[in-house]
Design a protein around this ligand. Structure first.
Ligand code: GLU
Ligand code: ZN
Length: 295
């Protein structure tokens, strides 16, 4: 199998050491396998994405001596594909519009008569299903609505087709990860597959784009490990292949906290301005100098 991987940053701030680590690991794995390293710009959240951050991503990655084929896929140009997938899921009765505010959800979750403690899944508090019971079915699919996946129905479809899961090669949880046990639907809840302001969601776009780009190996941080359970299920429901996943360790600050976009102190641009070299960055994130490329 050809090895195709990607680095998929969102242009919502400067790339920091954690991004550098993720990009370099993916790039080096592709290089070692004689495969391809792609770059994808995840810019569906137009309220937070900025062209200057996108320009900075290209600069930072080039400075790190990484290269990738052109043209770069940008999620903002993929809306027709996302809409087609939503139409498909809607026509199969797997989606419903959700009109709950954040407050409605909090209240429903804390209401004593519900009798269940608010559980938290990989996507935050597990949605109590209020609109599943009140907002269905409608035709045609409403636009400008929050759409949720009926997780129990999705799991039933998956169960008919055998075990759902993914192959993990990362350091923490290697092996086959099963994601289709009976408790799954209630653990995760009905996830949002289309946000009102975006017309899609991270989960939907990422599985459609990985499939469209022929990604064989997804290399990303272990903070997304739980999200991969959702992705494997979406892939099965949408008839897409499930890549192999490699969730790598996270780069943390001196207090053990995971780096975030707002940690400008760790921005690659800042290290570069201070005279650091790409080899210094590799050392700072605990990677060997790239001997393959130097030889
Ligand atoms: N765009 C996501 C991020 O910036 C990465 C998604 C992924 O690698 O699947 O964290
Ligand atoms: Zn709702």
């Amino acid at each position: 199998m050809a090895f195709v991987t990607r680095f998929a940053p969102s242009p919502t701030g400067p790339l920091h050491l954690g991004h550098a680590y993720s990009a370099i690991v993916a790039h080096d794995m592709a290089q070692a396998a004689g495969g391809t390293f792609l770059l994808r710009i995840e810019d569906i959240d137009q309220s937070r994405c900025r062209p200057e951050w996108e320009a900075q991503i290209y600069q930072d990655l080039q400075w790190l001596d990484l290269s990738w084929p052109q043209p770069v896929m940008r999620q903002s140009s993929r809306m027709p594909a996302y809409q087609a997938a939503l139409d498909d899921l809607w026509s199969r009765g797997l989606l419903y519009a959700c009109t709950c505010s954040r407050r409605d959800i909090e209240q429903a979750l804390s209401a004593p008569q519900e009798g269940v403690a608010a559980a938290s899944g990989p996507d935050g508090p597990v949605y109590p299903g209020t609109c599943r019971r009140r907002n269905r079915p409608q035709s045609p699919r409403p636009r400008d609505a929050v759409l949720r996946l009926d997780m129990a129905a999705a799991c039933r479809i998956c169960a008919q087709q055998g075990m759902v899961g993914f192959q993990e090669t990362g350091p923490a949880n290697g092996g086959w990860i099963t994601t289709s046990d009976a408790s799954y639907a209630s653990e995760i809840g009905d996830i949002v597959v289309s946000r009102r302001d975006m017309g899609t969601s991270y989960h939907l776009s990422v599985v459609l784009d990985d499939a469209a780009q022929g990604i064989s190996h997804v290399v990303r941080g272990e903070d997304l490990f739980e999200a991969t359970r959702i992705h494997a299920l979406l892939q099965r429901v949408l008839g897409l292949p499930t890549p192999i996943y490699h969730h790598h360790r996270l780069i943390r600050d001196d207090h053990g906290k995971r780096l975030a976009k707002r940690d400008d102190a760790r921005a690659l641009a800042k290290f570069r301005a201070e005279g650091a070299t790409p080899a210094d960055i590799r050392r700072m994130v605990g990677l060997e100098p790239n001997s393959a490329r130097n030889s």
